[in-house]
Design a protein around this ligand. Structure first.
Ligand code: PGA
Length: 252
């Protein structure tokens, strides 16, 4: 029997939250009856346990926003390993979000090690890729994405099950959303890149991210080759996030 693949909505809280406000948000999410959608929230590392505890009787998964490239325990002050994330109940981890690329100079060599560490620990990595406005204007979007996708090559654990999030940098937190035509073309490009470069045995899911809100979710999620959404700002508001999840449920 083939398992039905549900759309995936992942909330990315970024560096937001406090115990009290998280509790309100997570309790509201926990109380919602979501059936035809896979939902996760990627919270700051210090709040992982709180999220795991408050969501424990639900189907909503918890994710981290980053992971150490160091797979083994050791003298790496400040780092949080993939095994630790698993240990506290995280199931997803974002890798290479554009803010990490921009503010923390994360590049392919490091991201490839992070991806490996996540896969080896049994986490589902969400590799975030996307072009800047300048890169788009220069007409080199596909070239930029291809370079970012290179981290999927030569992964010792294989990459089956990983998710890629296409997030044009110019659409993140700006209120500008790529057109459904642009999204469809880029998602098809990503899936085709994987087919050509990794092989047909690998199946990945491609999420769109960048100013996804309650009022555009249905249009984005019903676009060809869109398997879900990575939601930043709107994931901090229970009603907005739930309405995006409900839009996903309505898409067949
Ligand atoms: P946004 O962020 O929804 O606030 O644009 C998306 C993201 O950065 O993952």
């Amino acid at each position: 029997m083939t398992q039905k693949t549900l759309p995936i909505i992942i909330g990315n809280w970024k560096m937001h939250g406090r115990l009290a406000s998280n509790q309100l948000l997570l309790t509201a999410l926990a109380g919602a009856a979501l059936k035809e959608v896979s939902v996760a929230v990627a919270v700051p590392a210090v709040y992982l346990l709180q999220a795991v505890n408050l969501l424990q009787n639900t189907d909503i998964a918890v994710g981290a926003q980053d992971v150490s490239a160091q797979a083994q325990d050791g003298a790496y002050t400040g780092e949080v390993s993939a095994a630790m994330l698993r240990d506290v109940g995280a199931r997803y981890v974002l890798i290479g979000h554009s803010e990490r690329r921009q503010y923390f100079a994360e590049q392919n060599l490091l991201l490839s090690a992070k991806l490996f560490a996540a896969l080896e620990a049994g986490l589902t990595p969400v590799l975030c890729i996307g072009e800047t406005q300048q890169e788009q204007d220069a007409g080199c979007t596909e070239q930029v994405l291809a370079t970012q996708l290179d981290v999927l090559r030569n992964q010792p654990c294989g990459i089956t099950g990983i998710h890629v999030a296409y997030e044009p940098v110019w659409a993140i937190g700006t209120g500008k959303v790529a057109t459904t035509g642009q999204i469809a073309a880029i998602h098809a490009y990503i899936k085709n890149w994987v087919l050509q470069n990794i092989g047909s045995a690998v199946s990945i899911r491609v999420l769109y991210g960048g100013s996804v809100k309650a009022d555009n979710a249905e249009a984005v999620l019903s676009t060809a080759d869109v398997d879900g959404a990575l939601v930043g700002g709107a994931s901090l508001d229970a009603a907005a996030f739930l309405s995006i999840c409900q839009a996903a449920e309505r898409i067949k």
